[in-house]
Structures are given as C-alpha cells and as structure tokens.
Design a protein around this ligand. Sequence first.
Ligand code: MLT
Length: 312
Amino acid sequence: TMLAPVAALAQAYPDRPVTIIVPFAAGGPTDTVSRLVGEVMSRELGQQVLIQNVGGAGGTLGAGQAADAEADGYTLLIHHIGMSTAPTLYRNLPFDPLTDFTPIGLITEVPMTVIARKDFESASLADLVEKIKAEGEALTYGNAGIGAASHLCGMLLMEAVGAQMTTVPYQGTGPMMTDLLGGQIDLSCDQTTNTTNQILAGEIKAYAVTVPERLANLPDLPTTAEGGLPALEVSVWHGLYGPEGLPQEVVDRLQAALVAALADETVIQRFAELGTTPVSAEEATPAALTETLTSQIATWKPIIEAAGAFAN
Ligand code: MLT
C-alpha cells in the first residue's frame, strides 16, 4: 500500500547521527546539561548525538537555525528560559517559540548565583547592592547577550537595585566565566551548572542563590530573599525541541529517549552535584513543555516591559 514506505521510514529513525543545537558557546551551562542528557539519549537511540554550539544574539541565533532546519528529527534544539523572554525582548524575532517548533519535553530547572571576581570588595549581597548604587556603570556585568538567562538575572538585579552597570556580552557564559576567573570583568549571575565548581574552589565570589530555598550542594550560600532582594528570583528551565512539523513517531522516539536520560543514575548524580535535578517523566512531555513556555512568556512579558530592556 501507499502507507508502507512511511511506516518503514519512521521505524528506521534514527539511522544516522542526531544533532542537538545548543544556542550558546561550548563549556557553558546549556552545553553541560545538553552533553549529559545527549550522551544517554545517544545510547537509547542507538546513534551518535552531536552537540552543535551556535552562540550569538542571546540564544536567538541558534534557536532560529533550529526552527529553519528540516523537520526530520536529525536537527534538534535544547534551549532554556530564553525561549520565553526573547518574544518580548526582540520586537523582530525571526521565529515564534510557540508555533515554529515541535515541543518534546522539559529537562530541568537550574538555580542561578550572583557572582563576582574573586577579589571583588563586597562581602555580602547587601554590600554589593550599595556598591552597585554607588559605582553603577563603572562596574562591568558579563552576560550571554539579550535573551540569555544571565541577561535576565542581571536585568532583575539592576531593577531591584535601581542602578545600571556596564554590560559585557559573550557568546555564552562559558567564555564569560573565563574572563571572570581572569578578573577582566567584575560581576555576573549564572547557573549553578556553570558556577558550582568555581564557587566551591574559591575561584570566584558568590553572594546569593536566586531561588527561595538554599541548595544542598552550596548550603552556605544565602538566598536572594535572605540577602534582602526577594524580587531577584529566577530559575532556568530547559526544554528539548524539534522544528515545527516533526512526525509523531519521531517525537515519541525522542521523548522516550529523553525520559530514559532523565532517569539515568549518572545524569541524576551529576545534576545533583551541579545544584539541579531532572524533571519527572510527566514533565518530560510535549504538553508540559508547551504549558511552561506559554505561562513563562506571560510571566516575563510585563517584567521585561517595565524594565524597558528591549533588543530591537
Ligand atoms: C550558556 O549556556 O552559555 C548560558 O545558558 C547562557 C545564559 O543563558 O546565560
């Protein structure tokens, strides 16, 4: 019959390597999560999973590239909270996060940390607030461009303090961290998946974690609320997507591989060491990702508009 070749094609998926676009530089937090998850997905799919880092424009360049890819399951995207802030930040965004992708599932939610170069003078979050008020644009804040989580956290910090700093943008917070370690920039706010090891080694200073509860892997670090900035609350949810129009069989195969990756003991342990946990199997679904994306776009829109932080 006419249907046989289609069924055969679906059964054959994947018969060659699958590429996951990470819309930030290698060595950063999105890259770290993607490589850990990708390794187990590769085992489950019986094919190599390749990570392609496409940094630039706060994650919108790589996301746009994934939206434009063939909807065959061989080009995917792992992106985070930036999928929900970009539609407000960019008046001319070349893709629609809700209609130009096929959602596959949520992955994890990562806390952020307010950090500084090792020899930065402020001793506490309260001291830091006073310093930003006093010195403002004389201070440098590194982020991964407008649309990055580090951009969002910096925006919330500067709003809460009521003063601007000078932004230094990077292709991702991997390269940002290199400059923070080298003392070329003063401050940032980045995910625990990229900051835990440097904080524990005393190579950078950390002032607070941006979630309501302290973290098991960084128990001495106060929350932003404890430190006097309750408005600085953000956690960085991640999702797996394909381009719009991915065949259902392919979505099912990828979603099963994602669920297996998130139940993997090594993934769970590495995530825990880095301050996060995989989502449940119920959340690693297209419906849960769509719900989170939709509600997060609505959550961040008025906050971004109030801050006036537009890219174009
Ligand atoms: C990265 O992977 O470089 C980060 O997620 C960038 C960011 O959003 O701050």
